[in-house]
Design a protein around this ligand. Sequence first.
Ligand SMILES: [Zn+2]
Length: 157
Amino acid sequence: MMQYVCDELELLVEIENKAIKQIQAVFDTSVGIETGGILIGYYTVKRDKAVITELSETPSDSKCGVNWFHRGIEGLKKLLVERWKTRDEYYLGEWHIHPFSSPMPSGIDRMQMISISKDKRFNCTEPIMLIIGGGKQLEISISLVFRGGIYTLESCD
Ligand SMILES: [Zn+2]
């Protein structure tokens, strides 16, 4: 389990081991193009912690290149209905990889997060963005939108 904290918002984001394995697999199998998908999990009742339990696979209708990625939607609705029915889990945000580079969100990433937070179809006013990056060694960044601002969290390790 990995934990990231945002002191300003008194919020913890936890990544469960299953999701960490998926992150490592994405990193290990990267062929140098951007891929991505959605984050699934839940908030605690007090909303002081978000738990990421799973990364979806990259939808088959996604389009990607060396340093850009447009996530598709194929299969996501079915997956989300299934997770909600069986585990009370739901959409938490987005993940993608920056192959062989910094995991920090780009200007485009930031704009995308803001637009997701305002888009009623996502029903997620505080989306989380998990970016996988790093050269030889895996690096991760976790950011989230809160009231129109973007906060990048600190690792608790
Ligand atoms: Zn990016």
